[in-house]
Design a binder for this molecule. Sequence first.
Ligand SMILES: Cc1cc2nc3c(=O)[nH]c(=O)nc-3n(C[C@H](O)[C@H](O)[C@H](O)COP(=O)(O)OP(=O)(O)OC[C@H]3O[C@@H](n4cnc5c(N)ncnc54)[C@H](O)[C@@H]3O)c2cc1C
Length: 332
Amino acid sequence: MVGMTFAHLLRRRGVEPVVLERMPAGFYIPRGYMLGFQGYESLEEIGIYEEVRDAGRPIAPRPDQPPVAVAVRFGALIEALMRDLPIVNDTTVSDLLRDDSGRVVGVVAEGPGGSATYEADLVVACDGMNSPTRQMAGLEAEYDQLPEASLGFISPSVADTSFSMAYMSDGGHIGMLSWHQGSAGWRSIDRVGAEAALAPGLDAIKEMWVRLLPASESAVEGLTSLDQVRYSELSLLRCPRWWVPGVVIIGDSAHFFGPETGISSGIGLGDAHALAQAIAQYPDDPDVACATYETWRGPVVRPYEAADPGRQRILIAGQVQPLPHERWPPAE
Ligand SMILES: Cc1cc2nc3c(=O)[nH]c(=O)nc-3n(C[C@H](O)[C@H](O)[C@H](O)COP(=O)(O)OP(=O)(O)OC[C@H]3O[C@@H](n4cnc5c(N)ncnc54)[C@H](O)[C@@H]3O)c2cc1C
């Protein structure tokens, strides 16, 4: 979503980017999704903010002001971004082109017709948390494993409220998000592995969710299979530098925040806006554009990284015992 947003914003500034995407046209993985206010400005400029907002449910609505966030079908945003945007699909970036000085001047990509080279004034890596381009460019990445794991569900039934979240006695959290077509939930648990986390069974998982977060009752009703429940172990990501000559990283390739914050994509959409504007100001000097981008964006992004509750939790899961009725999996 960050790459497509960036491409739209660049085109509005008279720059025509080549967008390379390894997945087939129209592909995305459905998920529970909350668009935070940090992303509104970028979508407004592209002309899809109202469409996405109206397709979703407001979170913390305020009179005469936009909601703090919108719970929306993930596809509503992705499909709006795909509209009217040329994308070279089924094409995977596999290497960087460099000149004699070592500066990156383009990429090599593998597509249906074989290997091809794409020369570029600037390679903008929007290729996700494990960014192959970041690695090829030699940009350092610091991963911080969260002390807890996450148990999540995705359900086709709709809850009475768009959002609910509660904290537990060990500093862990449990939450639920509901859009017009479905709901998703998450909670922190000990890092016990998927097998142990799912072992109590679907009925026990549903009972626990409703007991600890009553607002999730109608969302949980739609759970009929353990396939709708997922255990995951997440890490946070931050990168000390965001660019080297010829390559810049934005969105999840540059930073990933904890699931508690719900801000990851909104910050990425803001990155896209700032970088497009920096390029418009310095169209003939990508290095100055990148330096300007880093100067503007550091004061916005770095405090979120430093204050992420995954790093700053006062009570750390594993060091403090949860109350027995909050523990998952439950004690024998
Ligand atoms: C389960 C889940 C729930 C989430 N919920 C929220 C939420 O509620 N709110 C929120 O703000 N954020 C949420 N996030 C985070 C949010 O999804 C990300 O911040 C957002 O998707 C980042 O977008 P991106 O474009 O930077 O990266 P990605 O979405 O990771 O996109 C990277 C793209 O690069 C492509 N790619 C990768 N490698 C190559 C290559 N070598 N060549 C070509 N293409 C390549 C991939 O196919 C992909 O399309 C959630 C994440 C998860 C996993």
